[in-house]
Design a binder for this molecule. Structure first.
Ligand SMILES: *Cc1c(COP(=O)(O)O)cnc(C)c1O
Ligand code: SF4
Length: 348
């Protein structure tokens, strides 16, 4: 059996298993885990230093999850789904959900309604219908494989999906969204990388949310992927009590660059049922962006985006650096100094 399969088998699924290491009352957590499953890999468990720390908060069930009554699908992903498994919101790209399990079940997951849940939306048993949809829509040039975590599929199944996508002429790029470099880095094997690199141009976006998630093991996983020629990006979720401090976020972004992962997005939390206790105000995100731009490498500065409810799309939210006053253009730099920029007028 592959090492990562053993890791999955050895993962914690019952909050009672935390008892040997931490002094907690598992009973209220078990109730939560019955509704929204728990899974913590040995690697991710080893990153927890104490109850309630930024790693703990991301993976251990919290009774607050059951008290929250926001929408289960605020982004209307199910309405925007032309065939099961495909979300088609933008003209030239689709998300294809090819897996509904993950190595670790993030407590703040935007697809909490379906990922890992026995009662959630099952995945289609065959890949024919989504592939036919993509093949039949010539405007689709970018396919984002998501889930769940696509890298929980066996190599041969992934190889088959990627090969069949590559047979479609108009599919220019393929992206994989996966958290295994963070949560189960042993999944990134030389065999996986050899298979993936047959399908270029292939991109992989992962999700590091805290500097402590950058370990020797996760760095090695990213190095293998990068050495296979796969450009790596990171989509961080802005999480209360995890990474909502400018210094934490700056350290995370800098460390990502050092392991060849380019910060791509910081996501404002979606309004998803069971995740409200992770939400921060938008002003907090804006403050974090002000703490990055100019203070560190531009490469370490991602876009802060809100995914608008109702499937209206991702919108970048920027601090206000520019204002007009009586025909003058005033521009503020990262130190807060305002300069007048000699702008010229534009017709029309
Ligand atoms: C986020 C997302 C995409 C990809 O957006 P990019 O800004 O191109 O990374 C595509 N489709 C859906 C439905 C999405 O949620
Ligand atoms: S890895 Fe992604 S899909 Fe899986 S639980 Fe975490 S946020 Fe959700």
């Amino acid at each position: 059996m592959e090492h990562w399969r053993i890791s999955l088998a050895n993962s914690l699924k019952d909050p009672e298993e935390l008892l040997g290491r931490f002094e907690i009352d598992p009973e209220p957590l078990r109730k939560v885990a019955q509704r929204y499953p728990m899974r913590i890999t040995p690697h991710y468990l080893s990153l927890i230093l104490e109850v309630g720390d930024p790693i703990w908060r991301q993976c251990v069930p919290d009774p607050l999850e059951l008290e929250d009554d926001q929408s289960a699908d605020p982004l209307d992903e199910e309405r925007l789904s032309p065939v099961p498994g495909i979300i088609h919101r933008y003209p030239d790209r689709v998300v294809w959900l090819i897996s509904n399990t993950c190595a670790v079940y993030c407590r703040f997951c935007m697809r909490k309604r379906s990922v890992g849940c026995a009662g959630g939306t099952p995945l289609p048993s065959s890949f024919d219908q989504p592939l036919a949809y993509i093949a039949g829509n010539r405007e689709i040039r970018d396919v984002i494989l998501s889930g769940g975590d696509p890298l929980l599929l066996p190599d041969d199944v992934l190889d088959d999906i990627l090969s069949r996508l590559r047979e479609i002429d108009h599919v220019e790029i393929i992206r994989i969204g996966s958290r295994v470099p963070v949560t189960m880095p042993e999944r990134v094997t030389p065999a996986l990388c050899r298979m993936l690199q047959k399908h270029h141009p292939l991109y992989l976006n992962t999700q590091f949310n805290h500097p402590r998630e950058i370990t020797l093991e996760s760095a090695a996983a990213c190095a293998k992927l990068a050495d296979a020629g796969i450009p790596l990006g990171n989509q961080t979720v802005l999480l209360r009590g995890v990474n909502d401090e400018p210094a934490v976020m700056k350290s995370l972004m800098q460390k990502l660059l050092a392991i060849r992962v380019r910060p791509y997005y910081i996501h404002q939390m979606d309004l998803v049922r069971g995740t409200g206790h992770f939400r921060t105000g938008v002003q907090r995100g804006i403050g974090i962006m002000e703490g990055l731009r100019g203070h560190t490498s531009g490469l370490a500065t991602p876009y802060y985006v809100i995914d608008l409810p109702g499937g209206k799309g991702k919108v970048p939210i920027l601090p206000e650096y520019v204002r007009r006053e009586e025909g003058r253009l005033l521009v503020r730099n990262y130190l807060g100094e305002e300069e007048e920029y000699p702008d010229i007028g534009e017709e029309g």
